[in-house]
Structures are given as C-alpha cells and as structure tokens.
Design a protein around this ligand. Structure first.
Ligand SMILES: O=C(O)CCC(=O)C(=O)O
Ligand SMILES: [Mn+2]
Length: 266
C-alpha cells in the first residue's frame, strides 16, 4: 500500500518536472511580445490568487471581540464590533462590489413601478426561493467568498444559513424602510446575521406594540460600521421592526449581507 503511494508521488513529481521544463523551454523560444503577454498573464494569475488568499488565508474573525454587546436588555440582539478586521472589510467590500450580480428591483407604489432605493442580490443553496415586497428571488449559487464568510458567521452565530440577501446602499439616499423579516418562508422565529461593510450607517430598531410589559415604544439607534456583525436572534422579528434611514450626508457606499435560513418547501 505504502509503496503504491510512494510510486504515485514519484510519478507526479516527475511529471511536474517535465511540465516545468517544457514551460521554461517554450518560454525561451517565444518571441519577446509573446513573452510579455505570458508575463502579464502570470502576473494577473498571481494577483488573483493573492486576492483569493488574502480573503481566505487567515480567519480574521479569530481576533474579533469575542464578547458580543447585547443591544438592549432582555433581547437576543447581539452586536460584534469589528467582527472582521485587519483590512478584511475593505478587501471583501471591493470583491463584492465588483463580483456580485447586483440588480435594481422595481416595487409597486400607488399603481406605479418605482426603483427600490438600493441594489440587491440573492445567493443561496439550490432551490431556495424568497419573496418580499412582491419580488420573487431565485438564488445565484454561492461564490467561494460568500461561502467562506457564511462559514465564519455560522461559527459565531452557532446557526446554519442557506442563503444571503445582499443590499448595496449606493449613498445616503438609499435606505430600507421599517419592517420585520417575518415572511413565512423564514419560519416562525428566524435567526438572521447581518454583516456591514463600507460606509457607516444608522440602524434603527423600534419595539412593536405590546412587546414589553410597560407598553412603551422603544427606539434604538446603532451606528453600524464596516466589519460589524449584528445577530438578530429569537424574538427580534416578532418584537421589533428595523430600518436603515436615509442619511443625506453620507456619500459613500455601504454593503450589507443578511444571512438567513429559508425553509424549503417539499
Ligand atoms: O442593511 C441593513 O443593515 C439591514 C437590511 C435589512 O434589514 C434587510 O435586508 O432585511
Ligand atoms: Mn431586515
């Protein structure tokens, strides 16, 4: 058994050497313009693999503040400041801006179709579908980067997700209005993990009526910064609504990823 393994290793080594030799010989016989092309191409590959490595090599969440901040007593809403750190939020932001299939959806308002004030994209397991505000979305398959980030977040949230809704707020004029994520396909009491990248934006939570014993409305405002992870645990969608209000002074773009688990219809 052992010797078969060694033989295979030797064959691979020999073959690799042959390929390397053939590449270097061919490179030498290439005209100078072609050589330049090959060099540019290999540099491109190197850059590409560096980018992939810089996203996947280290787990930036390892250094994150391991203790979450409870957003309000008796809630299960947790905030991990700087969940991503060390340049990771910037790299991830750039990669997502460039490579996600962003779309501009339209919604019906007073009989007219108007653009949603943000761009969106939906990624997830095969067969997961989601409908909100009358828009039906079928997921794009997970990209390597999105599955990597999903893994980090699942680890922190101790919960599995099968999809992610991405929102791109191009500037402070983009927003999401008051709502709860309580669509039937999310199940009775969903856990949603929300990662922020790019511009800081206010995230507001307001208590739904009768959600507390004093029957008072509570309004919470949290500034979500690039790299922060907010986990909306059990009870959040039933007892609270949330929104990203417009902030006209904000000129930069923010991306938000909400990881969700959609119940699959049989
Ligand atoms: O951008 C955010 O932080 C929240 C997005 C959100 O609430 C949603 O997509 O349902
Ligand atoms: Mn939401």
């Amino acid at each position: 058994m052992q010797s078969t393994k060694q033989n295979t290793k030797q064959v691979i080594k020999q073959r690799t050497n042959e390929i390397k030799k053939s590449i270097s010989e061919n490179l030498r016989s290439l005209p100078i313009e072609k050589l330049q092309e090959v060099l540019e191409f290999t540099e491109h590959l190197r850059q590409d693999s560096l980018l992939k490595q810089s996203i996947s090599d280290t787990d930036p969440t390892a250094k994150a503040s391991s203790l979450p901040k409870l957003v309000y007593p008796d809630t299960k809403i947790y905030l991990y400041r700087n969940f991503l750190n060390d340049g990771q939020p910037e790299r991830l932001y750039t990669e997502l801006i460039e490579n996600i299939a962003w779309q501009q959806d339209l919604i019906k308002s007073y009989g007219r179709e108007i653009p949603l004030p943000r761009l969106t994209a939906w990624y997830g397991d095969d067969g997961v579908a989601y409908t909100y505000s009358g828009i039906s979305m079928h997921p794009h398959p997970w990209t390597p980067t999105l599955s990597l980030v999903k893994g980090w977040i699942e680890n922190k949230a101790q919960h599995q997700f099968n999809s992610v809704l991405l929102n791109q707020y191009r500037d402070g004029n983009d927003s999401v209005a008051w709502h709860s994520d309580d669509e039937p396909e999310l199940g009775k009491d969903p856990i949603i993990a929300s990662l922020s990248l790019g511009a800081s934006r206010k995230f507001e939570l307001r208590s739904r009526s009768h959600s507390n014993s004093d029957n008072i409305e509570i309004l919470l405002k949290i500034l979500l910064n690039s790299g922060d992870l907010l986990i909306m645990g059990e009870g959040t969608q039933q007892n609270w609504q949330h929104q990203i209000p417009k902030m006209r002074e904000v000129k930069e773009t923010r991306i938000n990823l909400t990881f969700r688990n959609i119940l699959l219809s049989k």
